[in-house]
Design a protein around this ligand. Sequence first.
Ligand SMILES: [Zn+2]
Length: 394
Amino acid sequence: MSLTLNLAEQLISRPSVTPEDAGCLQLLTERLQPLGFVCEPMDSGPAEFRVQNLWSKRPVAPAQQAQAAIKTIVFAGHTDVVPTGPLAQWKSDPFIPTHRDGKLYGRGASDMKTSIAAFVVAVEEFLAATPAPLLNIAFLLTSDEEGPSVDGTKVVVEQLKARGETMDYCIVGEPTAVKRTGDMIKNGRRGTLSGKLTVRGIQGHIAYPHLARNPIHEAVPALAELSATRWDEGNAFFQPTSWQMSNIHGGTGASNIIPGAVVIDFNFRFCTESTAEGLKKRVHTVLDRHDLEYELQWTLGGQPFLTTPGDLVEAVQQAIAAETGLTTELSTTGGTSDGRFIATICPQVVELGPPNASIHKIDEHIAIADIEPLKNIYRRTLENLQAQAVAASA
Ligand SMILES: [Zn+2]
C-alpha cells in the first residue's frame, strides 16, 4: 500500500472536527521527530475552544547554518475538518476511510489530510536521498483553519515573528486543483473587508412624511452609487475588486411607519490594486457626499497577498510539469486561506493540493490516482529548491 495513502487514512480515521485535533498532530510528531524535526506544540485559545498548533522544524546541520544560501521551506496545513452534515446521507462513515470506484472517501480526504500525508512522505523520501540538504524544512500545522481561525496559524505566525524566525518559501496544502492534481495552484488570494452600515433617519407616521426622515430613501442613492463604482481594474493576477451587499434590514414590520434606521451589511473582496484603508476612505466619501447620518463598523478579514513568479513558483511549476505533464495555471480566485497570515512573514507563498470539487460536501473524497502525483510533486519541489541552493552556494 502507498505510504501516503496509509498515512492519509490514519489521519482521516481521527475525527478532528474544528477545533479538535483528535491526535493527528501527535501522530505527525511521532513521524517527524525521527527525521530530525524539533516539534513545538503552540496551543492557543480558551479551554472551551482550545486550538492545537504545531511548529516543527528540521534545521540544516550546524556546519551549514552560516551559508547565505540556506533557505527555509515551510509546509502549512490544517488537521481540522468541517462537520460531516447528516450522517445518514454519507454512503460510508466519514471517519472510516473507505475505497470505492478508485476513490478514497472520508471527511478530510481532500481538505486537507491527504496533502499533509503527502508532504510528510515527500520529506521522508527527500531526506532518504539527500540526508544533509541545504534547506531548512518546517511544518506549520493547526487544528483551526475551518473555524474562527483566531488561535491557529495567526497566533503561530505572531509567535514566530516575535522570536525572529524567518521563512523563505511556503506551500499551503489546500485543495487547489480543478480536475487533476497539478492543474491549478494559487499564488495569491484576495483580501476581505466587511462593513456594517447603519443609516439613521427619524421614525414617523407614513402619512406625515414631512414630520419624519426616511433613512431608506436617503440611503438608496448612496448604495446605488457604491454598487456602480469600479474600484479598480484588477491586474495580471487578480480580478477587479468587488463590492457586494449581503443584507439590508429596515422597517418595523408595520406598513404605516417610516423606520428610524436601516442597516446594510456589505463586503469587499479586494485585490492588490486597492488597499483596505483606501477602500474605506472612498466609501466614507460617498456616504458623506450624500449627507447621510450614519455609523459604519469595519472588519478586516484578511489582506490580499500575491506571490509573483520567482524561485518557489518556478520550482513548483517545474515539478508539476515533470510529474504530471500538466502546465499548471496560476490563480488567485476563491475564498481566503491561512496563506493570508503566512504571507506576513514569508515572501513566497503558494497553495498546492488535490482537486477541490468535493470539499465540505457529503461523501468528500479524493481519487486514489491523485495521491501519488501530489506526493511526487511535493518531493520534486524540495529537490528543485535543493538544486537552487546547491547552485547558489557553489
Ligand atoms: Zn482546507
